[in-house]
Design a binder for this molecule. Structure first.
Ligand code: ADP
Ligand code: MG
Length: 259
């Protein structure tokens, strides 16, 4: 490893606020994600973790602040007004560079596993069918589901469906993967298979932002853990620091409850 290497900021969030009516859900978030990092976001329910991820994808618009992705200004707003606005094609290119996996698997129920994987690459990226199938088959091997290629989602377990959802996100060849509590809707015995797929991705150097309640995953895989509470980033640092010597009282209280 070179000591002169400069970390490359992939996501930069500056002073981001988000209101839903009078409710202020994000209260001035400052956060960055560097290339090859695995950032795990932890914190109590309702602290704004999902909202923050959704703002990175235009699923929600920020109220004010600035988001830069790959060094390019992606969103900049003041009082719900655009200071910088992307064109529709810029938004779609941007969203294609981010893969998102939700708590619920959101697979297309009327399509086979293969159909789910090739749909977006063909429609959005205009990949030809043979290439999309080849890519999908490789990804199914990677998530351990090569034998489920022609199955419909309803015939798969929750863990298998979530692994298909991960493969489907990867089929768009994103530069960053965002996960919003990908295992919290699963039966406990199915959690491990999904976490293992995510661990493999991290080992391969994928840049990831993972909202999770799986503290052992955060401890083992995160390069940085971010603790959010009540719309704020309260504390962040390497997992060994956050889990063994949290500096903030709110972090300590939260960890006491979940560890
Ligand atoms: P977390 O993911 O940390 O549990 P969320 O980002 O889902 O938190 O929610 C943060 C707060 O924002 C909660 O109080 C939630 O009720 C509120 N909220 C989230 N989405 C909406 C919405 N679309 N409209 C109004 N309030 C919302
Ligand atoms: Mg959430």
């Amino acid at each position: 490893m070179s000591f002169t290497a400069v970390s490359e900021k992939i996501i930069e969030i500056k002073n981001v606020r988000k209101n839903f009516g009078k409710l202020e859900v994000l209260k001035g978030i400052n956060l960055h994600v560097d290339k090859d990092e695995v950032v795990c976001i932890i914190g109590p329910s309702g602290s704004g973790k999902s909202t923050l991820l959704r703002c990175l994808n235009y699923l929600e618009r920020i109220t004010s602040g600035e988001i830069t992705i790959h060094g390019e200004l992606f969103d900049k707003r003041e009082n719900d007004r655009d200071v910088h606005k992307l064109t529709a094609s810029e938004v779609s290119a941007h969203c294609a560079s981010l893969g998102m996996v939700f708590q619920r698997f959101n697979l297309f129920p009327h399509m086979t596993v293969l159909g789910n994987l090739i749909e977006a690459p063909m429609r959005v990226k205009h990949m030809d069918r043979a290439a999309a199938i080849a890519l999908a088959e490789n990804l199914l091997v990677k998530v351990g589901l090569a034998d489920k290629r022609d199955e419909y989602p309803s015939r798969l377990s929750g863990g298998q469906q979530q692994r298909v959802a991960i493969a489907r996100a990867l089929a768009m060849q994103p530069q960053i993967m965002l996960f919003d509590e990908p295992t919290s809707a699963l039966d406990p015995e199915l959690v491990g298979e999904v976490l293992n797929v995510m661990k493999d991705l991290a080992t391969e150097g994928m840049t990831m932002v993972v909202v999770t309640h799986e503290m052992s995953f955060a401890r083992d895989v995160a390069t940085r853990v971010v603790f959010m509470d009540k719309g704020e980033v309260v504390e962040q640092g390497p997992p060994q620091e956050i889990f063994t010597a949290p500096k903030n009282e709110r972090t300590r209280m939260f960890l006491k409850k979940v560890l």
